[in-house]
Design a protein around this ligand. Sequence first.
Ligand code: GDP
Ligand code: ZN
Length: 375
Amino acid sequence: MPAGGKDKGTGRYGTQRGMGRLRRSNIKQVGRLSNWERHDEEAEVFDRHGAIDRVSHAGERLVSQFNRLVALRKTATRPGEPAEVCEVRPGLVQVRFADGREESAAIRRALEKRMVGVRNTIAVGDRVRIETTAGGLAIAGIEARDNQLARSDAHNRSLEHVLAANVDLLVAVAAVKEPDFKHGFVDRALLLAAAHNIAGMVVVTKRDLGDAQPMVELYGKLGLPCIAADARDPDDAGVAQLRAILAGKVCMFAGQSGVGKSSLVNACFPGIGARVGSVAEQGFGRHTTTAARSFVLPGGGRLIDTPGIRECVVGGLKPQDVALLYPDLARFVPACHFQDCTHRHEPDCAVLAAVEDGEIAASRYWSYRSIVDAE
Ligand code: GDP
Ligand code: ZN
């Protein structure tokens, strides 16, 4: 940080300016902002003077003050220590360090000011750098996100609400029966993943209750992993397959209540005791959409659980965009007569022709239609 601005040095020499800063930093201040400023000043003193011998000429008092600060620094968390955000709910951000320790952290004001158009600066899954301030731990920086899952904020449509960041895999879960398999739900979940640059896959649960083969074939043809499983059985072949796919990944499960998401996670990782999507059911009511948490999975992966994913739909896409995010439709789009074909009623539509020929599954076409017709 360059000297100047609010820097009111007490003398011509850098060391004396430093002393002034140290003196001011000793003034008891209240409030988080004050603590931030104090921290900045300490950091600057270190940056400018580095080793103790360069300031020793300024006298014993300064030397002892420096030594005290150096000692403080050694015991405190290293500045910029990497961590991941593991829980976000109103008024609370919890971070997890590499050793598994979890602590709550404030968000640095300067960081918040830099983020515009979002309701929340920090989301579960964010990779952050943590600094120690007089007021406690604080998030000083966010690493660039690989991707983020966002929806428009419930209270202010012009703001984005980021539900999760750095997600490797979105697992769409649906049951063969009880409740009935809902193609629309699965297709919307896959669209959500594709639109946010997240890999998608499908798990068909309760295969003991009916024939899961048609769904496995349908989604397998799209080039996505699709597994049928008995989610209550840890020895089930589908469960073992899923366990292997999840290894080391940051994953999220999307599925309607009762399809077997929790059973699936517990079958994959016995003893983890997860209740996926349970936060909402436990009485936080509708407003839990803001609560999100990540769990460490055996094998190093993460499970991100945010009830908000239920209300997460892709909005604002033109039919042409949606079609391109449907891999089975996208294949035919270049052959449509009109470049801006919406694949609804246009003549010489290659997509409609492919539906008629059975090359595109009717369920896929109609879920596409329900999305674009609602826009
Ligand atoms: P969630 O709400 O998606 O987390 O669903 P749960 O995991 O709580 O499961 C809902 C109900 O379905 C429970 O009674 C489970 O025992 C049952 N269930 C889950 N997976 C299967 C399955 O593969 N086969 C059968 N028959 N029942 C299942
Ligand atoms: Zn078309």
